[in-house]
Design a protein around this ligand. Structure first.
Ligand SMILES: NC(=O)c1ccc[n+]([C@@H]2O[C@H](COP(=O)([O-])OP(=O)(O)OC[C@H]3O[C@@H](n4cnc5c(N)ncnc54)[C@H](OP(=O)(O)O)[C@@H]3O)[C@@H](O)[C@H]2O)c1
Length: 278
């Protein structure tokens, strides 16, 4: 039976993707960088390469991502594509990020190009900023002070719910209708952070506001939370792209692929309201 390997299976996108594939009756192999303990898990550390060849054995389709924390996405993903090809994998869906193709020499774009030239059936998905960042990366200052602190000014973002990304990936992994195509994935509305904060406040009943900070203060904060310096600097650069307006574009890919409208920010906020109550 066709088996699908999901890299990042315990993560924000991957955990929903695993559930959606299972609901479709697919056999799923969940990759983890930790020791594989449960049935259906396989050890694969994409940073060290440990478990790489074994993880793809008997796999026919794979979902790949580069875990957060790394800026050498090409060095992590290219060996995965090669290992998949060597193992006879038929199709890969690679998740990078919206804007990855703005620079042919960016590490994410190099990974994409390697997949495009691999001869494998593939899709590339490039999501915009996740809605789920508000209940994960940005949550500490919301819980402590009711503030979302970012260096993004009044620029808008067409945030996407990670559940929509997973739905797109589940569809792409199980159809050949879109083979060879890359998709930018966005929500259906663009909001600035004052608007996003107001929606989070309304849905959670907690006072939440947006406060602009400098990139320097943001960088200090990120490094303070233990993120590697290079990855923190990478985040500052892409937050700068947000501030410059590059995250505002709205695309129809989610509906094209899944047949459903993207989840609205208000629905995301309602579903996650417990997160901001602490
Ligand atoms: N957040 C955003 O706004 C945004 C926007 C666009 C694109 N993206 C892209 O989305 C990706 C992250 O997706 P996500 O948020 O769903 O991920 P996530 O929730 O951060 O989870 C990633 C998973 O990867 C696994 N992992 C960590 N280190 C690993 C390693 N060395 N080898 C193998 N697996 C490892 C972890 O599970 P284990 O502990 O089980 O190993 C973790 O659960 C990144 O590539 C990022 O660039 C994010």
């Amino acid at each position: 039976m066709a088996k699908t390997l999901v890299v990042g299976a315990n993560g924000t996108v991957g955990s929903t993707l695993v559930a959606l594939l299972a609901a479709k009756g697919e056999t799923v192999l969940r990759a983890t960088s930790k020791q594989a303990q449960k049935a259906g898990e396989v050890h694969l550390n994409v940073a060290t390469g440990a478990g790489r060849a074994a993880a793809f054995a008997g796999v026919s389709r794979a979902f790949l991502l580069s875990p957060p924390g790394f800026t050498n996405q090409d060095e992590l993903m290219i060996p995965l594509v090669d290992a998949a090809k060597a193992a006879g994998v038929a199709k890969i869906v690679l998740m990078t990020a919206m804007g990855a193709n703005a620079d042919e020499n960016s590490p994410m774009r190099k990974a994409e190009r390697h997949l495009e030239k691999s001869g494998l059936a593939y899709n590339i998905v490039r999501p915009n900023w996740f809605m789920q960042n508000f209940n994960s990366y940005w949550i500490a200052s919301i819980l402590a002070e009711g503030k979302i602190r970012l260096p993004v000014g009044t620029a808008k973002g067409s945030f996407i719910d990670a559940r929509d990304i997973a739905a797109v990936a589940a569809e792409l992994l199980t159809t050949n209708r879109f083979d060879g195509q890359a998709f930018d994935l966005t929500g259906s509305e663009a909001l600035d952070h004052d608007q996003a904060a107001a929606i989070l406040a309304r849905e959670s009943g907690k006072k939440i506001v947006f406060e602009e900070i400098t990139p320097e203060a943001m960088l200090k904060g990120l490094i303070g939370t233990g993120l590697p310096q290079a990855y923190s600097e990478f985040l500052i650069v892409i937050l700068g792209y947000f501030k410059a307006g590059y995250a505002a574009r709205i695309e129809s890919s989610v509906e094209t692929i899944t047949g459903k409208k993207p989840i609205a920010f208000a629905a995301y906020a309602k579903d996650h309201r417990a997160a901001w109550l602490g």
